[in-house]
Design a protein around this ligand. Structure first.
Ligand code: AMP
Length: 110
């Protein structure tokens, strides 16, 4: 269990911008851009490397929610990031999609 499960269970607070029975989107506590949202499935999947066929509809659901959340936040341009594994910068072992926007974003990322 990670800190994100505690957020899902409302054991610790978060600034939630979207929620339904399958997923939750909330503001990153240490934003790297003016808009920085984390979109997570409520199911505990530790990283993108652990996604299985069983998760196909769930992960598709998250992807469908992204444009809705972006619209709600008035984001017309943004970047999606899924850090996978320690060397890629993953610090929380519950899969999360970063939605970053509100400024020009450099490429390539570090
Ligand atoms: P990553 O480094 O890709 O695993 O992303 C984890 C993200 O979770 C980081 O950007 C953290 O700032 C963020 N984070 C950690 N704890 C919290 C929290 N309690 N509420 C919101 N965001 C958090």
């Amino acid at each position: 269990m990670t800190i994100f499960t505690k957020i899902i269970n409302k054991e610790i607070p978060a600034d939630i911008v979207y929620e339904d029975e399958l997923c939750l989107a909330f503001k990153d506590i240490k934003p790297q851009a003016p808009v920085h949202i984390l979109l997570i499935p409520k199911k505990e999947i530790s990283s993108s490397q652990e996604i299985t066929k069983e998760d196909q509809n769930l992960m598709g659901h998250l992807m469908v929610k992204i444009p809705e959340i972006a619209k709600q936040l008035n984001l017309s341009t943004y970047r999606l990031v899924v850090n996978t594994g320690e060397d890629a910068g993953q610090t929380v072992s519950h899969i999360h999609i970063h939605i970053l926007g509100g400024r020009k974003l450099g490429w390539p990322p570090g």
